[in-house]
Structures are given as C-alpha cells and as structure tokens.
Design a protein around this ligand. Structure first.
Ligand SMILES: Nc1nc2c(ncn2[C@@H]2O[C@H](COP(=O)(O)OP(=O)(O)OP(=O)(O)O)[C@@H](O)[C@H]2O)c(=O)[nH]1
Length: 451
C-alpha cells in the first residue's frame, strides 16, 4: 500500500526535527551566553540581586536541570521585583529603575536578546508572539523590562518545544494507526490463504468420495448377476454421489458467502484508510508549507532556505555548476523602527521582500533569513554574475519609495556575496557571505562585498 509514502513522510519529519534539535542546541548555548551577559550587565545594581546572579552563573555552566534552575529563577524574579521599589544609589535617582547597561564591546544586552529572538525559527502559530516579543525587547529600556522579556523568551521557547513534541506525538500516532491497518490487512490475507486451503481440501474430499462410489459401482457391476439388484446398486451409488456434490456445494457456498462478507468489509476499510490518508496528507502538506513560510512577509523562511541550499549543494557536488549566495541586511533598520514604529518597519520588510523576489532571475531563490536579513541563492551563477545581480538588487532597494508620517524614508541595504568553492559546505559559504556583509557594513553600508 502507501506505507512507503508514509515512511518517507515520517523520515522527512524526523530529519526536520533533527535539524530543529541542533538549532535548539545553538539557541541553548546562546541563551547561556546571554544569561551570562545579562548577569554581568546587571551586576552591582543590588546586593541581593548579585547573590542570585552568582547562583545563576554557576548553574548555567552545568547541565540544564529544571529542579536546580526553577528555584533560582523564582529567587531572581523576586530580587528583580525588589528592584522596582524605590532605592537610592550613587548612579541612579530614587524612582528610576536601573537603565539597561552596555557591555564592553558596545553591543547592548538588548541587541543580544533581539538577535536571539531573530534566531528562533518559531512555528507559525507563535509568529505573532515572537513579533510582539521583538517589539518589547526593542522598547525595553530598564533592567526590569528586559528581565520580563527574558521570561517571555523562556515561555516562547517552552511553547515551541511543546509544539514540536505535539508534532512528534501526532506523527507517531499516525504511524501507529497506519501500522495497525497494515496488520489488519496482513491478517485478512492470511485468513484468505487459509480459506483457500479449506477450498482445496473440500475439492479433494469430493474427489475421494466420488472415486470411492465409482469403485463400489464397478465392484457391484462385476459381482451382481441380477439386473434388478444391479439397477438398485447403481441407483444407491448415484444417490451417494449426488449427496457428495450437494454437501460440497453447501460447504463451498457458505465459504464463498463468508469470503464475500470479508472482502466487502475489507473494501470498506481500505476506502476509509484512503480517505484518512488523503486528509492527513493534505494537513501534513499544509503544515509543511506553513513551517517553511514566513507568515508576516508571505515568502520562504530560513528553514526553506536551508532545505534549498542543501539540495543545491548536493547537485553542485555532482555537476560542479557555479553556485553562489547573497546575504542582504537592511541598513539602520533599528532606527526605522524607532523613528516610524514597528508597523512601518514591518511594511518596509514586506516591500523589500517583494522587490527582491521580483528582481531576481526565475531560477534564483529568495528567503527571509530572520529579522531584517534576507538571503538569495543564485543557481548556476558564478561570483561575478551573483555580484552583478546583487548590486542590481541593492540599487532597486535604494530606489524604493517609502513614506511614513508624510516623510520620505530612505532605505538601503548591505550585501555579502559568496560562491561555493571546493570543500565548502552551506555553513562555510554562509559564514563567508555573512563576513562579507559585515565588511560592507563597516565600509559605509549600501554596498556589495564578495567574501
Ligand atoms: N519591524 C520589525 N522589526 C524587526 C523585525 N525583526 C527584527 N527587527 C528589528 O530589526 C532591528 C535590527 O537592528 P540591528 O541588528 O541593531 O541592526 P540595524 O539597526 O539594521 O543596523 P545595521 O544592520 O548595523 O545597519 C532590531 O531593532 C529588531 O528589533 C520584524 O519582523 N519587524
């Protein structure tokens, strides 16, 4: 039956989950770094808070154990709540909660938290919550509000884990269901085989009975002289043969009607299974599509990019045809959000996404990588060609017309281009493109750099 199709779907889902597990690992490590970073930033605000921060710092170096972490989190929450009470410190006024501190290298805890939110590939159902959290992080200007964002992030991650677990449970229940049905069909087939043997045995029994009656009839023909007696013997034997056939017909008739009943019930079961399979396939396809779509912009997301680049990399290994990518990041996007609001920022992201899709070649692939970053896969394009198309995309973005609060908003983007070279993997090429992107940013933005 379609068990191969189901197996295929099951394995594809397992692969996706494997990828997600490894993504969670990197998120977990980022979270540990972030907690360390937050701890450093918050240090010195309050003695009681420092004591809890020491506990948290020690705990995050060990394995993630909820029994250890939960009391620490609640202690820390109480200590943070204590900060909301007015207190006088040499660097704070009495009423103001502590401002967000900056780390030594100048990047704020806020932007670390914002990068972390961008990194999480949320399931479609949680997209809106992630967008709200991103906004809260962007607006958080006190340690208290940042701590509350941290809690929301933890909740989001827990929800995401639960959603993935639910997906695994659904797949396992589908697999159990299909396996159950297949077992049922196997049992049906064995019953049919056994039934066929009964039919053969019935036929052999009939053969033997008829052969016996014929032999008795032959004996009687030799032994009996009297014609009346012979007639009687022939009549008796023929009646016996008739009885054998009647019994055989009755047995076969009963067997046949039981067989028809079973065949009909099996047909109904197969029909039902087919209907269920089609419905499940539709819902899996829909889930699959949603999982690879950025719902805010309505274009492929990072998961879709990762699948695409894996496939492109595999065919590049076979054909050796040129393959390049471009990482595109909108310049000073934070200030667009800060000046015109997040709704305007979202609109800018949507318009830029559409413009990118419109201006690449049909064989190219565009996805939103996360936050204000897009990625393009240039199939069959070498470095020079990818750079040429990227520069065209850059100038198209620059020419887009955005208006907010009746003002013209100038938007530019920086682009890092990289091509696959011998020994490259999707990860190493992405890292080169990302590095080139940062060179473009450091070089003054609104430019393309090859990595
Ligand atoms: N409106 C909106 N903002 C987002 C979204 N995703 C990420 N952002 C914001 O994008 C901003 C990115 O800021 P930064 O990483 O500091 O970078 P930037 O301001 O673009 O500066 P450069 O990249 O250095 O030119 C953050 O403020 C995020 O909150 C989104 O979906 N919608």
């Amino acid at each position: 039956m379609d068990n191969q199709l189901w197996e295929g779907k099951y394995h594809a889902a397992l692969e996706r989950m494997d990828r997600e597990v490894s993504q969670w690992r990197s998120v977990e490590s980022l979270l540990r770094q972030l907690v360390g970073c937050l701890g450093q930033a918050a240090r010195g605000a309050h003695d009681e808070l420092d004591r809890h921060l020491d506990g948290v710092r020690d705990a995050i170096h060990g394995p993630a154990d909820p029994a250890i972490l939960e009391p620490l989190v609640s202690g820390l929450t109480d200590a943070v709540a204590g900060l909301q009470r007015p207190r006088v410190a040499h660097h704070e006024t009495a009423d103001a909660p502590p401002r967000v501190a900056r780390t030594e290298n100048g990047s704020s805890v806020q932007s670390a938290l914002s990068r972390l939110v961008d990194r999480i590939l949320v399931v479609p159902r949680l997209t809106e919550r992630a967008a709200n959290l991103r906004r809260d992080v962007a607006n958080a200007d006190t340690l208290v509000s940042l701590a509350s964002c941290g809690e929301k992030l933890a909740d989001l991650i827990n929800e995401q884990r639960l959603a993935l677990q639910r997906e695994i449970d659904t797949l396992q229940s589908i697999l159990r269901h299909v396996t159950g049905r297949l077992d049922e069909m196997t049992r049906h087939m064995s019953r049919e085989l056994a039934d066929q043997s009964t039919g053969e045995a019935n036929g052999q029994a009939l053969d033997a009975s008829v052969a016996n009656e014929m032999r008795l009839l032959g004996d009687a023909a030799l032994e009996v002289d009297d014609i009346t007696e012979l007639r009687f013997q022939i009549g008796t034997r023929l009646d016996a043969i008739n009885d054998c056939f009647r019994e055989f017909r009755e047995r076969e008739g009963a067997r046949l009607s039981a067989y028809r009943e079973r065949a009909e019930s099996m047909r109904l079961r197969v029909e039902q299974l087919e209907t269920e399979r089609a419905a499940l396939q539709r819902s899996l396809e829909r889930e699959h599509e949603l999982a690879q779509t950025d719902t805010m912009i309505g274009m492929p997301n990072r998961l879709a990019y990762e699948k695409r680049i894996e496939a492109a990399h595999e065919s590049w290994l076979v054909t050796g045809h040129p393959l390049s990518i471009a990482a595109i990041d909108i310049d000073h996007f934070k200030s667009i959000n800060d000046t015109y609001g997040h709704t305007a920022g979202d609109a800018v992201l949507r318009i830029i996404g559409q413009a990118l899709v419109k201006h690449v070649r049909p064989c190219d692939f565009v996805a939103r990588y996360g936050g204000e970053e897009f990625i393009v896969v240039f199939d069959g394009a070498d470095e020079a060609e990818a750079l040429q198309v990227s520069d065209r995309l850059r100038s198209k973005i620059q020419l887009l017309s955005f208006h907010a609060s009746r003002q013209h908003v100038r938007v530019t983007a920086s682009i890092g281009v990289a091509r696959f070279m011998p020994g490259d993997t999707p990860r190493s090429v992405f890292e080169r493109a990302d590095l080139a992107l940062y060179t473009a940013k450091n070089g003054g933005r609104n430019r393309c750099v090859v990595g």
